[in-house]
Ligand binder design. Structure first.
Ligand code: ATP
Ligand code: MG
Ligand code: MG
Ligand code: MG
Length: 434
């Protein structure tokens, strides 16, 4: 994309309403625009990141054996009356009436709808196990929407739902998602720690929140230092095999949010291994047995012909929240520092002197070679403004092309994360960037 033609409205001023770095930087880098409290439009740069994050989530769900579907955002109230949650859910639920005065709602989550969908087809034990997920907008009328996309009212969630014949199967499904989550977040450059959690309005009795440490996090967390050093991507995973060694490593070390903190168990952790910090919840997994399948009448015939009520779990990831969380975990004074895997483009190409024949020729050559994975700053601005915008947008590499270097056939590469610079002949620079 050429910046001279891009819709990429960066701001020099720090927006007054933004209290935390990620919100400030997303507004300043022209990634999002607030349309109303907790409702955001995603502008081209932000939308590219959201799509990259979505794609990583999707690949890891697929790898773990979940199958993607897409359910509607609007749901009939009747389904929620079947589970008993219509009255319980409270003010976070946006309730709507259609022209026929039918009660509807904008889904805050999809346990009821997916149970209804599944019961329409599942007839026997051969239809189990299954895990269905979708990546769809949710609405929760948060009392205090804040921190930009981290606590929006409309937000993008990946939610998966597993159906198993018995508890043993449900625990296997739970472990598959547990491991898939570790890998999903690690691929985005995040250290996410599973922590024992409350089940809240979803209900049930086995649950972990996946939390990243950040000063601006909303919960206080307590964890064993070992958990920060585990190399998640260090081994291949066989999702059909026994995942308990991985899960046991994580669950045998202390990790809890303030809601579940247990002073006695904490005291047993050696003092030098105790880490207390603030954390951001980016994912949450639940096993809840027959909480929805039983009241909603989901049943299949078991191998012996008797009716069985499937055991379920649900598994959420805050996809749009992740964009903010990644920035909280990776930024500096000058702006965002994108991890390669989720960067909106691989490189900024800075033509420091548009109109200079050598600068133009080298810039166009690099831009052509990188194709659509680069942002070419071909605007008439001063170099200082270009450097500032490139640092703010935080692409992993900057290819800096000034008159002296260009005349000698050279490009200066700067790695955003480390500030490391190297000057290379044009074709070598291109090879380095590709
Ligand atoms: P929180 O404690 O932050 O309110 P939650 O526990 O209510 O989140 P869940 O019901 O567990 O949320 O939903 C699954 C995931 O959806 C959360 O782990 C979080 O990443 C994301 N999420 C929840 N609420 C919001 C929101 N208002 N804005 C953005 N993401 C959200
Ligand atoms: Mg909430
Ligand atoms: Mg929560
Ligand atoms: Mg939660």
């Amino acid at each position: 994309m050429r910046l001279s033609r891009a819709f990429l409205p960066t701001l020099k001023e720090t927006p007054a309403e933004a209290q935390i770095a990620s919100h400030r930087l997303m507004l300043r880098a022209g990634m999002i625009r607030q349309e109303a409290a907790g409702l955001y439009a995603w502008l081209p740069l932000g939308w590219r990141v959201l799509q990259k994050v979505t794609q990583i989530v999707r690949e890891e769900q697929d790898a773990a054996g979940a199958q993607e579907i897409l359910m509607p955002t609007i749901q009939p109230a009747e389904l929620w009356r079947e589970s008993g949650r219509y009255d319980d859910y409270g003010k976070e639920m946006l309730r709507i009436r259609d022209r026929h005065e039918r009660e509807m709602l904008y889904g805050p989550t999809n346990e009821e709808m997916v149970t209804d969908l599944f019961r329409a087809y599942a007839k026997s034990y051969r239809d189990l196990p299954r895990n269905l997920y979708h990546i769809q907008w949710k609405f929760r009328d948060e009392v205090r929407p804040r921190f930009g996309v981290m606590r929006g009212r409309e937000f993008l969630m990946k939610d998966a739902y597993s159906f198993d014949l018995d508890k043993e199967g449900a625990v296997r499904s739970y472990r598959q998602m547990f491991v898939a989550y570790l890998r999903t977040f690690a691929r985005m450059g995040l250290k996410a720690i599973p922590m024992v959690a409350d089940t809240g309005p979803i209900g049930g009795n086995l649950s972990h929140e996946f939390i990243i440490l950040a000063e601006t996090g909303e919960s206080q967390v307590f964890l064993h230092r070992d958990l920060l050093d585990y190399d998640v991507m260090g081994q291949a995973v066989d999702y059909q095999g026994d995942l308990s060694p991985i899960v046991d490593f994580w669950t045998s070390r202390y990790a809890a949010t303030d809601e579940k903190h247990d002073e006695a168990a904490w005291a047993a952790v050696p003092a030098e291994a105790q880490v207390t910090a603030r954390g951001i919840e980016i994912g949450h997994i639940f096993y809840f047995g027959t909480k929805y399948s039983a009241p909603m009448g989901l049943q299949v015939t078991g191998p012996d012909g008797a009716l069985v009520t499937p055991e379920m779990g649900s598994y959420g990831i805050g996809v749009s929240r992740l964009v903010g969380a990644i920035i909280e975990a990776s930024h500096d004074e000058a702006g965002i520092v994108w991890p390669d895997a989720v960067a909106p483009y691989a490189a900024s190409i800075l033509n420091l002197k548009p109109g200079d024949a050598a600068c133009d020729a080298v810039s166009e050559r690099v831009y052509e070679a990188l194709g659509r994975d680069a942002l070419l700053d071909d605007r008439a601005d001063r170099p200082g403004a270009k450097f500032a915008d490139a640092d703010l947008m935080g692409l992993p590499w900057q290819a800096i092309i000034g008159p002296r270097g260009a005349a000698a056939g050279k490009v200066e590469l700067k790695r955003r994360a480390t500030g490391e610079r190297l000057e290379l002949p044009v074709e070598e620079a291109i090879a380095r960037l590709r």
